[in-house]
Design a binder for this molecule. Structure first.
Ligand code: SF4
Ligand code: SF4
Ligand SMILES: [Zn+2]
Length: 469
């Protein structure tokens, strides 16, 4: 990182980060600084008592960093894994919401709850944040159905409602009781929507699996979160260890046949950063594709732990996709989601009109609907038209073109954190939770961080299949 004049730096806030060497909590500052080319960017500097100072750029463009602590309603409670205060910093640095937590009522807002149902995977991606071991058939390690039901039921009892339940792994489609679990989830009135977080291999190759999944599609409230790293060769091997484009293509086509909506989940690193718009166009070219979720690569699990030259962030995705779109996408098409820390999720829409792709900011001012978007990661385009913000332009346009869900295309940017980018303020307001093996909820970022003080203390109850399927 080039040095900057001290006079060109401004401290925005203090927080707690992590030492990238030993992962110990470390006091940190978030700074806005002027670069040599005259632009402002945001850096996070922390100092470890043992390993000294380290700094990372957390926003390449200060225009896309939001200094906010999120909503006060969204704070931790008794069912949250962090209630044990693993950082050990409460009261020491005065930067922790734990001290205010209600000991009996879980107040934490959960927009998305993820549960790992299979630990093994049929791929061996070199960047796997879950560090999933390869394993299928007799080597498959998975979580037993009664155990999964118990954990999900307990969360429902505490919170009454899960907006989105994401089945994850490992590779969740390998679970031997996958459809029994899916049927049970669909019977739970407190669960709005199920996402299947998959690499698509089983969908592309297993006819019987596809047939059975197809039988469940008409119930609705079901979507595939398909790992997809772009339609180009660049990045495929670095991210997945193999070029899987033909597998993804077949998986997508087969989902189209059974009418299953798909969101593409793109891990973005320096190899595929130049293909953000290509991915959007590839998705728009498939009727059942509802959007792309961009995840700047973070260094957890199997990802390399050496210091990267640059930590990709939300600003890189916005700048890259707008530039690559040649005017079809605009900065105003994106807005931070206000339910947790606004730096945790950025969202936007494109509209498929008879005249081609239009950006949603042509019709609506996102700033006006911030209150409405609270706790609504999965809001629909129809919802926006009824948000009560008196924006008739969007309602008119929807009516004019008779927009349905399939006429809209959602862009989502989800910058998970690693030790380099860690800001404890974001964890304190986290709304993306993993249902841990011990039943507690934990922040996705912390669960996959690998920090020794954040590990689940309960043994993981898994099974292996007695014989090959
Ligand atoms: S990233 Fe996903 S597909 Fe790749 S090994 Fe990990 S769990 Fe499997
Ligand atoms: S999982 Fe991480 S990025 Fe997502 S809301 Fe929680 S703290 Fe923010
Ligand atoms: Zn250290």
């Amino acid at each position: 990182m080039p040095a900057t004049d001290a006079a060109q730096r401004k401290l925005l806030k203090n927080t707690i980060s992590r030492c990238p060497v030993c992962h110990a909590p470390a006091p940190a500052g978030v700074w806005k600084e002027r670069t040599d080319n005259g632009n402002d960017r945001i850096v996070l500097s922390r100092t470890c008592t043992e390993h000294g100072k380290s700094t990372a750029v957390i926003s390449s463009d200060a225009r896309f960093y939001w200094l906010s602590q999120g909503s006060d309603d969204n704070r931790c409670g008794a069912g949250c894994a962090c209630s044990a205060d693993p950082s050990g910093l409460t009261g020491t640095l005065g930067k922790n919401a734990f001290a205010e937590k209600d000991a009996t009522i879980e107040q934490l807002s959960t927009c998305l709850a993820l549960i790992e149902i299979v630990d093994s995977c049929n791929l061996a991606c070199p960047t796997c944040f879950a560090d999933s071991p390869v394993g299928t058939h007799s080597k498959l390690s998975y979580h037993r159905l009664p155990e999964l039901k118990k954990r999900i039921t307990a969360v429902l009892e505490r919170k009454q409602h899960i907006e989105i339940l994401q089945l994850s792994g490992g590779e969740p489609t390998l679970h031997p009781d996958f459809f029994e679990l899916l049927d049970w989830i669909h019977e739970q009135v407190g669960i709005d929507y199920t996402l299947i977080n998959t690499n698509g291999v089983r969908l592309a190759k297993d006819d019987e699996f596809l047939r059975q999944l197809g039988e469940r599609v008409s119930r609705g409230h079901l979507q595939l979160y398909l790992q997809f790293d772009g339609p180009q060769e660049a990045g495929q091997r670095e991210l997945r260890g193999a070029d899987l484009r033909s597998v993804k293509q077949v998986a997508m086509e087969r989902c189209q046949i059974i009418g299953l909506p798909v969101t593409l989940a793109m891990t973005v690193n320096e190899h595929n950063l130049s293909t953000l718009w290509d991915t959007i166009e590839w998705g728009i070219g498939h009727d059942n594709c509802r959007g792309v979720s961009f995840q700047p690569m973070f260094l957890s699990g199997r990802s390399p732990t050496t210091e990267p030259q640059h930590h990709l962030n939300t600003a890189d995705i916005i700048l890259g996709s707008v530039e690559q779109s040649a005017g079809r996408l605009k900065f105003d098409d994106f807005t931070p989601l206000p339910c947790g820390d606004p730096n945790c999720a950025t969202i936007g829409y494109l509209l498929k009109t008879p005249e081609g792709i239009r950006s949603i900011s042509d019709f609506i001012d996102f700033a006006e609907v911030q209150g409405f978007l609270k706790d609504k990661v999965h809001y629909r385009i129809e919802d926006l038209a009824q948000c009560g913000c008196d924006n008739t332009a969007l309602g008119d346009i929807l009516k004019q073109f008779e927009f349905r869900e399939r006429d809209t295309f959602r862009l989502f940017i989800k910058p998970f954190m690693d030790a380099w980018t860690w800001d404890e303020d974001r964890i304190d307001r986290c709304c993306t939770h993993v249902i841990r093996p011990d039943g507690k909820l934990d922040s996705f970022c912390r669960y996959y961080s690998g920090f020794p003080d954040c590990a689940s203390t309960e043994p993981i109850a898994t099974s292996t299949l007695p014989s090959a399927k």
